[in-house]
Design a protein around this ligand. Sequence first.
Ligand code: SAM
Length: 274
Amino acid sequence: MAYIATLSKTKEILEEFGLKAKKKYGQNFLIDANIVSKIAKYACDKDTISVEIGPGIGSLSEFLALNSAYVYAHEIDESLLPLLDKTLEKYDNIEIIPGDFLNVDFEKMPYFDKEIVVCANLPYYITTAILFHIITSKLKIKRIVIMVQKEVGDRFKAKPCTKDYNALSIILQSRFDIKPVTNVSRHLFYPAPKVDSIVISFERKKEPLYIDEKLVKTAFNMRRKTLYNNLKESYPQDVITALYKELGLKDDVRAEALDLNTFAKMSEVLKDVV
Ligand code: SAM
C-alpha cells in the first residue's frame, strides 16, 4: 500500500493541487511512514476516538484512521480541503473539521461527550496555545500524543526554580503522566524544519492533583514580581496573607519556587475566591 507519508508522494500530491507548504501555518509534512505508524499505534487502538489538530495532507490522519475507531481532524488551511478529500477518500472513519482549532467551541463538537485521544504533529508557532486550549477545556481526554520541537518537549517536565517551570508545565504535570515516546529527525519532514522534534505522550493521571488555572496563571503573570504582588492583583489581600501564614510562605517568595503540592493547597483555598 502506498502511504501518503513519503517524500515522493508528498511532492506529487502538492504538485497535483498546485500547493506549497505554508510557513504561516507551520506546515512541515511527515514523510516517513514508519514514524507516523509508530505515533498512531502508540496513541490509539481500535476503540479510540481520535482528534487530530492540523492534518496537513493527511500523512498522520491516514494512520490514525487505520488505527482508531473514528478520527476528527481540524484544519485551518482551506486550500488543503479538496486535497484531503482525495488523499483520505478510502477512509470512511475520518471527518475533517475546517477552521482554526483555537476558536473551536468544544461543546458543539461531535466528540464533546466522548473519551478522546488527541494526536498531532503540532504547528510549532502555537504549541503552547493549543495545549492550554485543550487541557483547560471540559473535554474528556484520555491521552495526548504530540510532536513538538525537541527543546519545547523538555520543558513540560520542568522542575521548580528553573526557567521553564511555568503555568503550563504545572497544569500538565498535575493532570498527566508525561513521557517521551521517540525523537524525530528534522530530515523526516518536508520541508525540513531547522530543528529536530520529539513525540511526547501525556497520559491522564488516575488521581490528578487539583490545581486552579486562574491561580497559576496569576502567580506567573509577571515572573520578576514576587508571588504576593502577582496574587494581590486578583485576590483579596487578607485571604492571601492568611494563606501565607498557613503555608509558612516567605513574603518575598516567587511563584517558580513553589512545588505542585503547594499550588494544590493554595488552589483549595483560592478556587472559590473571586
Ligand atoms: N499532520 C500533518 C503531518 O504530520 O504531516 C501536518 C502537520 S503541520 C506541522 C501542522 C498542520 O497544522 C498544518 O496542516 C497546518 O495548516 C495546521 N494548522 C496550523 N495552525 C492551525 C490551527 N490554528 N488550527 C488547525 N490547524 C492548524
